[in-house]
Design a protein around this ligand. Sequence first.
Ligand code: HEM
Length: 486
Amino acid sequence: IPNYNERARLVRKIPGPKDDFIIGNGWTVIRSPVEVMEMGKQLSSLFDGIFRVWIYPMGAVFIYNPEDIEIIMSGMKYSEKSFVYNFLKSWLGDGLLVSKGAKWQVRRKILTPAFHFNILKQFCEIIEENSYRFLDSLKESAGKPIDIVPVLSEFTLNSICETAMGTQLSDDNKDAKSYKNAIYDMGMVFFNRFIKIYLYADFIYKFSPLGRLENKFLKVVHGFTEKVIQQRREYRETHGLNINEEINADDDDSYIYKKKKKTAMLDLLLSAEKEGHIDRIGVQEEVDTFMFEGHDTTASGLTFCFMLLANHKEVQDRVVQELIDIFGDTNRPIKMEDLPKMKYLECCIKESLRLYPPVHFISRNLNEDTVLSNYTIPAGTFCHILILHLHYRAELFKNPKQFDPDRFLPENSVGRHPYAYIPFSAGPRNCIGQKFAMMEMKIAVANVLRKFVLSPVTRPSDIRFTADLVFRNDGPVLVNFIKRAK
Ligand code: HEM
């Protein structure tokens, strides 16, 4: 096969699946969502930490070794997201996940205080209350196996709405249900565009059946978030809020509680809008971003965590013992101070995020020639980071397929490469909601285990990963919740 140009020549030096003239690996990638995940698994076991796929004139390198990942993620040099995030632009605009440069910097600065300790403390109270609604839905199952996927996404969507957006959703909120369905559909749309290179150009995509379908889903998604913003605007007009006062309250906890005014992330945005740091469209973009990133990810994380705990009774019992040590046999609510005491539960959540990372794939642009694993990757190549396959490397995690929360005990984490475990990404573009997510997951699991014994229905061997924006099983994930005898 002749060399098409300098770039193609360099890309083809990197190991990868067999390629054809011009079309490269074009045929290889057109597969169903389950098959694409299977192919990723196969290729990552065939090659050692790096492989390439190319379709003239585009090339992509996939990395899943901590050394290369550190080069890409540790600084600002490669902080720009790759071309595939453009597929999210019609939905999330220039929201934090997608944006770059000065815009990203300004917005990250506006939004960082939304996760200040004092704010999280208020959120803790709200999520705790919210978890009771979730427990009620488990009680209704009366010991019969239930699919936890929809109930968990309801819980996490309620939580993000009530905390970050300051809006409570009613139990039978039809808009919220349509929103969740439309997000599933958007995942399908994203995937189908990703594998069909002829749909990459916006002007072709817009007129394609898939592009028109996307428009339909976007109307639902945006309609929902617009309403949430409108509600908060009205609330602020009637109640009046001074955000800066609340955030600058240092660590004087009583301050926030005295005021009893809940500060939502959306309030920061609306205040920034008043001061001219962000415009109306910007507010909408961030709400769309946080609404999606803030609920679908944690729902996925919790789904697999519950499934694993149901399948590993000995681990579940250890968590229950830890909870008894903290709460005795009382029903008292979980407080912020309890969370750091849930050390073993934290190990379980971390281990479950290792095995089933909700965001399993992220991608950056290489703006200049870059050496990774001794290969020169030419500028313009996409750099896909396979978080999932990084987490399964045997030299980083012994018996990688085994669910073993003890790996994350402090004494067993000594010497682990800082980029060996990155469920929340790492470096300056890491997950802004990481603490929020850990808090939410701890509260949900702890409150469920205080009331229920989990028994297995879906086994880890039943799980078939399907390519989507977040990690999903191709089908329901069933768990049996049996009321705990006091
Ligand atoms: C278990 C739950 C979660 C996981 C595993 C997770 C994971 C991640 C990962 C891997 C990234 C990097 C994405 C990329 O480079 O393309 C990210 C970014 C982000 N996450 Fe999360 N996330 C979780 C929960 C949340 C929550 C609860 C929120 C909001 C409250 C949130 C908001 C965001 C935002 C806004 C970004 C973009 C940050 C930036 O580029 O500056 N995430 N998350």
